[in-house]
Design a binder for this molecule. Structure first.
Ligand code: BG6
Length: 482
């Protein structure tokens, strides 16, 4: 979309928290630098702490230390950044918040458009939504939008009750369930790549594709988020949201349009067509201690905030089947883990080997004839591999790659949060997750939750438990561990 967003107030709940400082404030600063979005947003930080506007402005300036000099920010923050303490979060505090919004809108001649961004932990969502509605903040003189960060619920039942609560007070059109993976350029590009080219679509099905792997590997451990992670684990943190969303975009049919409804409809069909997972369809792991580049790394159970007997999985590998005409019989393998060998988020689409040909002797179990490797991050781009003859006598094949790198063509890519915030400002749902999608994704993930299984230990810095190879072995497939 290219139209300028309406002028509005963005209310950030959790404004003194980690997400606001690391992601939202830098994204809002970029939005302010862009001429198409400049001057449209007034920021009202909200948190329990009793800060003045100026004290919060100092925090905003500090959060941008890597991006801009304090003097260059003073004018913007003093015109556009404000703070309201929520204190004990009583109904009086919410009434005071409403009065503050009304007074800012009068003072700045704003039309009453409001975005409430809940950068809060999951248990805080329901009381915050109730209190906003209780203070009449589910309506406004202009439009009202509510942004909810993942995780959206802890399981299917809690996601359903959160959806029911939201729908009691807000229309689905005013809700934006945010999954930051959908804001990544490379993820959005899946739509352009698949449906903006005539080349792929005839190949993108069970006749030509052997299997698909989607991996989100992280080098980092849980860092300072041990106590959060103990309640989450890899399935709730990554598989249920980020990886199932990427899978839906890889597997879906062409949408009727690029609007949110059309894209969500197609993603939903895929999520609802995934066959129920069986106990031997997944492997859960947990990182133990290890050594990387001569540096010894603690195991998960030694991390701060983590129980020394924790069974929380820091790794999950899953084999899925999608029961549609397009994908029947094609395995999709999803994998994520912390403290793996490297940071790499990618999709590997491996095509079938040619039918019996003169080259049959060269085709052995696990050989990757034609593979499209889509790297979502880092070093964003594609590698397409194919066979060529090695020059000289005899007929010997060599696997060659064609490669494209975003950075070489376009330079640095924008941050996901910047893209997604602008979409909220414009009311564009294309990159957000609809209520039925989120519930369908929980339904897929449910058999992986709270299984009571002891996760398999893997050394920090490895590619995870070797047992995960056995998910692929029966079909003669292999993980792409590049
Ligand atoms: C977040 C998870 O949603 O995504 C984190 O909570 C994870 O645990 C992060 O590290 C990964 O995001 P990215 O963009 O670095 O792949």
């Amino acid at each position: 979309m290219t139209h300028y967003p309406d002028r509005h107030i963005l209310v950030i709940f959790g404004a003194t928290g980690d997400l606001a400082g690391r992601k939202l404030i830098p994204a809002l600063h970029e939005i302010e630098k862009d001429p198409t979005t400049r001057g449209r947003t007034t920021i009202l930080g909200v948190a329990r702490a009793g800060l003045t506007d100026d004290a919060f402005r100092d925090q905003v300036v500090a959060a941008l230390a890597k991006h801009a000099k304090p003097e260059a920010l003073r004018d913007w923050v003093s015109r556009c950044v404000f703070y309201q303490s929520l204190g004990d979060a009583s109904s009086y505090a919410y009434t005071a918040l409403r009065q503050r919004l009304e007074s800012l809108e009068r003072q700045l001649h704003l039309p009453g458009n409001r975005i409430f961004y809940l950068a809060l932990p999951l248990p805080a969502f329901p009381p915050t939504v109730e209190s906003l509605a209780g203070a009449g903040l589910n309506t406004s003189p202009g439009w009202t939008r509510l942004v909810i960060e993942k995780p959206f619920g802890r399981d299917l039942a809690s996601a359903r009750s959160l959806n029911a609560l939201l729908h009691k007070h807000y229309s689905e059109a005013s809700l934006f369930r945010l999954d930051h993976y959908l804001g990544k350029e490379t993820v959005q590009n899946l739509i352009a790549f698949r449906f903006g080219n005539a080349l792929w679509e005839p190949l993108w099905n069970r006749d030509r594709v052997s299997h698909v792997e989607i991996t989100a590997a992280e080098e980092l451990g849980v860092e300072a988020r041990g106590s959060f992670y103990e309640q989450a684990g890899a399935v709730r943190d990554i598989i249920q949201n980020h990886l199932l969303q990427v899978l839906a975009l890889v597997a879906m049919d062409a949408p009727a349009g690029l609007d949110g409804t059309s894209v969500s409809n197609e993603k939903l069909k895929i999520l609802r067509s995934i066959a129920p997972l069986q106990p031997d369809d997944f492997v859960l792991g947990q990182y133990g201690a290890g050594e990387v580049d001569g540096k010894s790394l603690a195991g998960y159970r030694q991390e701060p905030g983590v129980s020394s007997t924790s069974k929380t999985e820091t790794y999950a590998a899953v084999r899925l089947r999608i029961n549609t005409w397009r994908w029947e019989g094609v395995p999709f393998y999803l994998r994520t883990g912390k403290r793996l060998a490297k940071k790499a988020t990618r999709i590997a689409v491996t095509f079938r080997t040619p039918p019996a040909t003169v080259f049959s002797p060269y085709i052995v179990c696990g050989s990757e004839n034609n593979r499209l490797l889509i790297t979502l991050q880092p070093n964003e781009g594609f590698n397409l591999s194919f066979q060529v003859k090695i020059p000289g006598g005899g007929m010997h094949l060599h696997t060659q790659e064609m490669r494209f790198r975003y950075a070489e063509t376009f330079g640095a890519l924008p941050e996901a949060y910047q893209m997604l915030l602008v979409d909220v400002m414009q009311g564009d749902h294309t990159l957000f997750v609809r209520n039925d999608e989120v519930e369908a994704a929980w339904k897929v993930a449910e058999p992986l939750l709270d299984t009571g299984r002891e996760p398999l230990l893997y050394p920090a810095g490895s590619w995870g438990p070797t047992r995960a190879d056995e998910l692929l072995a029966p079909a003669c497939h292999q993980w792409v561990n590049l």
